[in-house]
Design a protein around this ligand. Structure first.
Ligand SMILES: [Fe+2]
Ligand SMILES: [Fe+2]
Length: 225
């Protein structure tokens, strides 16, 4: 049976988001090499590029299994990896690690866990199982790389991060959290891997408060009051 338009739109979005993550992580690989970061971090980042391309492919298979279009990947080059940071490569790398990993991948773990919990459609289940397993590795990579960046520049990186984290959290919130009343999901839509937007918002804010901000604080990174 063909899934609803909302389910197909959501999985098409996921294909594009995963592909965008691959492009952003490829930029992170460049930043790690250019700043002489340890080889194990570079190897993990290369693995993550492959993971994200796989996530895009399995999300696309799920979309097709749900009756969606074959060509979900409308590549908008301008949107693919976010704007290049105008500052030197260390600042650009730090910005990407903070925004895409310490915030993005860290909220992704509880969000994908919530999606997986209600999913019964087999293709969506298999896709979310694989993605969820990988995102925990991606989250760990983000925090480990942030520590390595701080070791490289113990004053500059926490100062830069303290200025940037409010804006990066707000940008991530805009991507996940939609204002206004939306129709409640049908059971079949939950079964295909969707969660209510109010749940998105709650999981996002809980994760920022209980996980992300304390981890930043432990590294000497505090948003300005
Ligand atoms: Fe992913
Ligand atoms: Fe990821």
């Amino acid at each position: 049976m063909r899934a609803s338009a909302r389910v197909r739109a959501e999985w098409a979005n996921r294909v594009r988001a995963e592909y965008g993550s691959a492009a952003l992580t490829a930029r992170v690989v460049h930043g790690l090499i250019a700043t002489g970061m340890p080889r194990p971090l570079i190897d993990t980042a290369l693995r993550i590029v492959r993971d994200e391309l796989d996530h895009a492919a399995i999300s696309h298979s799920t979309l097709v299994a749900l009756g969606g279009e074959e060509d979900a990947l409308n590549i908008d080059v301008a949107q693919l990896a976010g704007p290049a940071h105008p500052a030197p490569v260390l600042a650009g790398l730090t910005e990407n690690i903070l925004g895409a990993f310490c915030v993005g991948e860290t909220v992704a773990v509880p969000l994908f866990a919530a999606m997986r919990a209600g999913t019964t459609q087999p293709d969506a289940q298999a896709a979310l199982d694989r993605i969820l397993r990988d995102e925990a590795v991606h989250r760990a990579f983000g925090w480990e790389t942030l520590e390595a960046l701080i070791a490289m520049d113990p004053k500059g990186v926490p100062a830069f991060a303290s200025v940037r984290i409010d804006g990066l959290i707000a940008a991530s919130r805009r991507a996940y959290v939609v204002d206004g009343a939306l129709p409640v999901l049908e059971e079949a839509e939950r079964a295909a891997g969707l969660i209510d937007l109010t749940d998105y918002a709650r999981i996002f804010e809980d994760c920022v408060r209980e996980s992300i901000l304390p981890r930043f604080a432990a590294l000497g990174i505090f948003p300005p009051r």
